[in-house]
Write a new protein. Sequence first.
Lengths: 165, 81
Amino acid sequence: MKESFGQRIARLRKAQGLTQEELGDKVNISSQAVSKWENDLSSPDISILVKLAGILGVSLDVLLGNEEEKDNPIVVPKEIRKDVSQLIFKIQVDSHEGDKVRINLPVSIIKIAVDSKMGLPNINGNEALKDIDWNQLFALIDQGVIGKLVEIESSDGDIVTIVVE
Amino acid sequence: MKLKIRAEGVKLNLYIPFFILNNKWIIKKITKKSTKDIDFDQLKIVLPKMIKELKKFKKDNKGFVILDVVSSDNEHVVLKL
C-alpha cells in the first residue's frame, strides 16, 4: 500500500529523531497540528512546506511523494541546520564478492582524522576511499549539504557510497 | 564498545574498552600494517582526541552501531558504542 502524506511526515520526522512537539516548534505550529498532519486529518500550509522539507532532510518532491527518496544531496537552511557534532558519516561498501560493510561515524571524528592527515584508507584498507577529497566533503557539510555526497564504483566492482545525515 | 560476532558455530559477544585502541599491537592488527609504517607519534596525539569525541558522542547515542559487516558467507560482525 502506498504511503500516505501523513505517514511520510511521521516516518521522516522519526528518522530525524524529532518529536511532534519539536517539529511543531521548528515550524511555529502546535504538536496537535503535527499530529493531525500525520493522521491525514489536515495538511501543512503551502507556506511552510519548503521549510518542512528542509527540516525533514528531503526535497519538496520527495515530501509530496512525487519522487522516490534517493538520498539526493540537499542544502539545509542555516536556521534549521543540525550542529556538525550531530551529523553522521555513513560509509557503505558493497564489495563485488557480496560483502557488505557499513561504517557509521560522527563527522567530528572523521574530521579529526583528516585534519591530522591520518586519512580513512589507513583505517579500513579500502582502496576506493583513497581518492576521496575529504576536505571538499567537509566544505559541503559546512555549507549545509546533507544526503548522498559520494558514489564510486571501483575497477574491481566495489561500490562505495558516503551519505551524511 | 560492544563487539558481536555471529558465524556458523560461533556466537561471540565481547566488551572492548576504549583504552585498548591506544595499544600499538591492536593498531597494527587493525590496520594490517607493520609498526614501522605507522606514525605512532602522530597516533599518540590523534587517538586520544578521537576517543574523547567518541565518548562524548556515546553519552547521547548509547548503542549506536559504528560498524556492521555482513560477509558473503553470512558471517556478521557488529560494533556498537
